[in-house]
Unconditional design. Structure first.
Length: 202
């Protein structure tokens, strides 16, 4: 769960069976992560600094008591330690360099009330990871992967707990491999997905 900034998460729900039709064709399990709505009254922020990573969160109103935005970012700097260690010990006998790994991500949620019974939301997410397993003069094995997601969510309550909702989202996943052991091998894989759904619950 380290991919997701905990400051933006309102709740997590896992379904192992009996999926609702709007969840699509999941075969084994399905995890739903709910982002919370940004503060509609005032701007707030939070910074977390750790030994290997840091995070940032900013939230506040776009129009007071009507619309808001919340943005979170997460970045690691574990590779700064491994690069320094490898540089210090480079050239020593029987020295094996440590893998160099880093990741970063950013996500946001824009929420706006269209009226007393309806609202619209825009949600975005972008993350990337890079791992250098071998990085020598004659050998190289590097890999990286990334996830991108952008969605629109519209909900309307005509009466009571009854509601109509429309969801549209596009996502992509990319994977890269660069291997060079006397001969170079480059590989790339991309997966794109676009989902649309209209739901009515009562």
């Amino acid at each position: 769960m380290s991919t997701f900034n905990a400051d933006l998460i309102e709740g997590v729900e896992m379904s192992k069976s009996g999926y609702h039709p709007h969840l699509g064709g999941s075969l084994s399990s399905f995890i739903q992560i709910y982002n919370r709505i940004g503060n509609t009254d005032q701007y707030k922020g939070k910074i977390g600094i750790g030994l290997l990573s840091s995070r940032l969160m900013i939230e506040g109103p776009l129009k007071k008591n009507k619309s808001s935005i919340i943005i979170g970012a997460h970045k690691s700097y574990f590779d700064l330690f491994t690069k320094t260690y490898n540089r210090i010990h480079e050239g020593k006998i029987d020295f094996t360099p440590l893998p160099e790994y880093n990741y970063n991500d950013i996500q946001f949620k824009l929420h706006s009330c269209l009226g007393p019974k309806s609202f619209i939301e825009f949600i975005g997410f972008n993350s990337s990871d890079k791992l250098d397993l071998i990085k020598e003069s004659s050998k190289k094995l590097n890999t990286g992967w990334s996830n991108k997601f952008l969605a629109l969510h519209l909900k309307y309550y005509p009466s009571g707990k009854n509601y109509f909702s429309f969801n549209s989202g596009v996502s992509s996943y990319s994977f890269d491999l660069d291997r060079d052991f006397n001969s170079q091998l480059l590989m790339r894989s991309d997966i794109y997905r676009w989902n649309n759904s209209f739901n009515w619950e009562r």
